[in-house]
Design a protein around this ligand. Structure first.
Ligand code: BEZ
Ligand code: MG
Length: 575
């Protein structure tokens, strides 16, 4: 029997999940090159921007200002912290409703009207809210103009293009106006102090999450590090790796991060976790000093005279030296990437082409592509992409959890095939070598309250917030032919998570089939707009069933086969 307290808790939890989906900002359509953003898109974007403090603009998050004005303190922060009571839930809803009203007023009447209204309805001092509305006003105007085509034409004529930072608008509004020459960052500045501070919380939550599910810390983890992400966040991913190892970056006289120092165990208050890092080809090229820093960090930690149960890196390195008689350099390899000049894992291509028999092949391909070691040996000689397959196999065999940081709302794990090729690929490689499927986590460091989710939770959230969300797919379908291709891509990328990590529930495929294919009207729309992608979509669902990822009744399968056959007739011009 369920007690009424339990029932209330479940309802609150359900409410919270719905809120999570509702509040997830999603791009509602593709960016059209050269086209300024339209009203409703702009309003959604500005609302998201308004939910973060911007110390550089002296501006505070509107939900906090409203909550404080109403006397709720920080409790009512409308972002991710789980609701704990009905009272708190009601406060959060009130804050969200007032924010909606204020944003409408801002869009219609501008800075002063919105600031005055917030004073009247939520007792927010206009002195406090004006800097935020002024920032929104600047961003809004920059979103209304677009010089991308002019800039492209100038670039094609070999003329000067103004430089600008690369990120998304919510992360860093200074990326506007677009149409500028994205500049990278100085790798010696990575990780920035802000990134290192933010990463402490994420690493802590990541370890807490694993501990809550497994009763102890993971002995070894595998991390995926990408170049563009670490540019955008000034090295949050790098900083998370350093925190897991329990080291701090050290700056030299020129303010360059060139060294690391161990955080004492008494301060760290937990064991140092062994970390296997797979960096993308782009990361390797852009962040060569950082690759060395990460390698240096592992070597430093492995040499600390600390108890084995508090330093998993040292324990693993020592064990390997003893059991295989290899030297320290060989036992301490932890930073891997492609061979010099090579990029990508090709796992995505193999999945997309359906050219694979056993899932193991996908993990093996990942290792074949990524088993090149980078760093320096004990004599200071640079190792630049030495093939080290055995070392990688051994390092992955110890891994208990895999992880990747997500720092943007623009691209999620089903938008592109790169997440499953990397995080899925490495997880499948671990599964064979460690003889157990690792726990797979992603972070969402975009939310104000950094969240750690399992892969399964993230797939569910993305499916509900995007693939099955009419706001998302109707936004895509406005782009006609390309929109159908995007829907098909999402389903194929979701399938990628079945193939590499068995992380997709049956209901996902069932709902995709119902929404896009078993609904006659929708099927007609897709078939008219883009019969090729509609055909691929049906094929992918049948493949999901054929490979055992989707348990579905035979009538549905028969119906999908009919649809395929009709689409083939249409494509061949028979019908
Ligand atoms: C990177 O930034 O490193 C990256 C971008 C796209 C795919 C894979 C990696
Ligand atoms: Mg299943």
């Amino acid at each position: 029997m369920t007690t009424s307290a339990e029932r209330d808790r479940r309802v609150l939890d359900l409410h919270d999940r719905l809120l999570e989906i509702e509040q997830r900002l999603i791009p509602t359509g593709l960016h059209v090159f050269g086209r300024p953003s339209v009203g409703s898109e702009r309003a959604d974007m500005l609302r998201m921007v308004s939910s973060f403090d911007r110390p550089e603009a002296n501006s505070r998050a509107l939900p906090d200002l409203i909550a404080e004005g109403l006397g709720f303190g920080s409790l009512a922060s409308n972002q991710r912290a789980r609701a704990i009571s009905e009272e708190e839930l009601r406060q959060r809803e009130q804050v969200a409703a007032i924010l909606t009203t204020a944003m409408q007023t801002f869009m219609a009447g501008g800075v002063d009207a919105a600031a005055t209204q917030l004073k009247d309805i939520a007792s927010v001092n206009p002195e406090d809210s004006r800097p935020t509305f002024l920032l929104l006003d600047r961003i809004s105007r920059e979103l209304e103009t677009n010089v991308e085509i002019e800039a492209l034409l100038r670039a094609l004529c070999g003329e000067y293009i103004q430089p600008g930072p690369g990120a998304d608008i919510v992360q860093n509004p200074a990326i506007l106006p677009t149409g500028r020459n994205t500049h990278a960052i100085n790798p010696y500045a990575v990780p920035s102090e802000v990134a290192f501070a933010k990463a402490e919380v994420v690493a802590k939550r990541l370890l807490e999450r694993y501990q809550s599910e497994h009763g102890r810390y993971p002995h070894a983890m595998a991390l995926v590090l990408w170049g563009l992400d670490n540019i955008k966040t000034q090295g949050e991913g790098v900083a998370q790796a350093l925190w897991l190892l329990g080291v701090r970056p050290v700056r030299d006289g020129l303010n360059r991060v060139t060294q690391v120092t161990a955080i004492p165990l008494a301060e760290l208050k937990r064991p140092r976790v062994d970390v296997v890092m797979t960096v993308s080809g782009i990361f390797r090229d852009l962040f060569s000093p950082t690759v060395e820093l990460l390698d240096k960090a592992v070597r430093l930690v492995a040499q600390l005279e600390e108890p084995a149960e508090l330093n998993y890196v040292r324990r693993n390195v020592m064990e390997q030296i003893q059991s295989t008689s290899c030297d320290f350099d060989e036992a301490a390899i932890r930073v891997f990437s492609n061979a010099p000049g090579n990029y990508g894992t090709n796992v995505n291509f193999m999945v997309m082409d359906s050219q694979w028999e056993s899932e193991e092949t996908l993990g093996d391909l990942f290792v074949t592509r990524k088993c090149f070691a980078y760093g320096r040996d004990s004599r200071g000689r640079q190792i630049e992409g030495r093939e080290a397959r055995v070392a990688m196999d051994r390092a992955l065999a110890r891994v208990e959890a895999t992880y990747q940081n997500i720092d943007t709302f623009e691209i999620g794990i089903t938008d592109v095939d790169h997440y499953f090729e990397y995080l899925g690929g490495i997880s499948k490689a671990v599964e064979k070598r460690a003889r157990a499927r690792p726990a797979i986590y992603l972070s969402d460091t975009l939310s104000r309250d950094a969240q750690i989710r399992t892969l399964e939770e993230t797939v569910q959230l993305e499916t509900r917030a995007k693939t099955l969300n009419p706001k998302w797919y109707e936004g895509m379908l406005k782009h006609g032919f390309r929109g159908v291709a995007e829907i098909e891509n999402h389903v194929s990328n979701t399938f990628g998570w079945s193939a590499t990590a068995d992380a997709v529930d049956d209901w996902v495929y069932t709902e995709v089939a119902k929404t896009f294919l078993l609904d006659e009207e929708m099927l007609q729309r897709l078939s008219n707009l883009n019969p090729h992608s509609a055909h691929s979509l049906v094929n992918r669902l049948l493949e999901a069933h054929g490979r055992g990822y989707w348990d579905v009744d035979s009538n549905t399968v028969a119906r999908l086969r009919d649809i395929i056959s009709d689409l083939e007739d249409q494509l061949e011009g028979v019908a």
